[in-house]
Design a protein around this ligand. Structure first.
Ligand code: ZN
Length: 287
């Protein structure tokens, strides 16, 4: 792949990204519902008719249909083509930054996983283990192996991943755990933590260690995964960028809706922060 014209590779990544975005639409919809992500093929959520192959072409299919189901006329959300377009642009940005290499393909998969985690967290306030824990395992094994393949010392690459995962997961776990204990001591109640008449979890129960109000354990696992890929410096960059993105969104939301009750969890901010850490030119991953 070394002799690929860089501009042609960016264009190829854009096309592949749009196709992956189309797949991510399926993942985002079905994974949190426990449905298969391969069967059946795309269907109209209203009438159940299979979507014709030429209407399944990313972005263009939606435009051809003018945003309506061909069979029942129900509106198809503009979110579907927007997810496809956003994934295409992210893949093109990764291709531009990392080039046609095994690591370039790995970062595209990483970006796709982050995007799916953010969208599912936005919809359901959960981050599926298939993405966070699966990504953590990949970040501790595949990522250092590919870095070693490209000439990095294998031991250093692996240590980088382990330290990043430990720092990412550890930092958020400490914040969540300390916050949970403070809330318990202060008698503060949250909608789901614990519910009316429920006892606070005791130290011998797993919930005591992993069940936090406000910030879910899913965020801990997500930042551990991000840390495995980006390393310890990347974790710090991700947290700084996530806080900045969260602050901007929070201010924008407060102005637009005159409410300080944010509709977001922390997951989408962490994913956005990791994208900034990966793609901004002053990051620690500059090739
Ligand atoms: Zn329909």
């Amino acid at each position: 792949m070394e002799h690929v014209d860089p501009r042609a590779f960016v264009a190829l990544a854009f096309v592949i990204g749009s196709l992956v975005g189309s797949f991510l639409n399926v993942v985002i919809h079905r994974l949190p519902r426990g449905e298969s992500i391969v069967h059946p093929g795309s269907r109209c959520p209203a009438c159940g008719h299979a979507i014709r192959p030429w209407h399944n072409v990313p972005v263009i299919g939606w435009l051809l249909l003018r945003g309506r189901c061909r069979d029942c006329g129900v509106r198809i959300s503009a979110r579907y083509p927007l997810v496809e377009l956003a994934t295409a642009l992210l893949f093109a940005a990764v291709a531009d930054r990392f080039g046609a290499s095994p690591l370039g393909w790995m970062w595209m998969a990483f970006v796709a996983a982050l995007f799916a985690a953010a969208a599912i967290d936005f919809d359901h306030r959960i981050i599926p283990d298939e993405i966070s824990v699966g990504g953590l395992v990949a970040g501790l094994t595949v990522a250092p192996a590919l870095q070693a393949w490209e000439g990095a010392p294998a031991g250093a690459a692996w240590l980088h991943a382990v330290l990043g995962a430990a720092l990412g997961g550890g930092l958020l776990w400490i914040v969540g755990f300390a916050h949970a204990r403070l809330c318990a001591v202060g008698g503060r109640r949250f909608e789901h933590w614990p519910g009316d008449g429920e006892d606070f979890p005791a130290p011998r129960s797993l919930d005591y260690w992993t069940w936090f109000p406000g910030m879910g354990f899913g965020d801990v696992k997500l930042l551990a995964m991000i840390g495995a890929f980006l390393g310890p410096v990347g974790v710090v960059e991700t947290l700084v960028a996530a806080s900045a993105v969260g602050l901007l969104f929070g201010i924008g939301w407060a102005i637009a809706r005159r409410s300080f009750a944010s509709p977001f969890g922390f997951g989408p901010m962490l994913a956005a922060g990791a994208l900034v850490a990966l793609l901004v030119p002053f990051g620690p991953l500059a090739p």
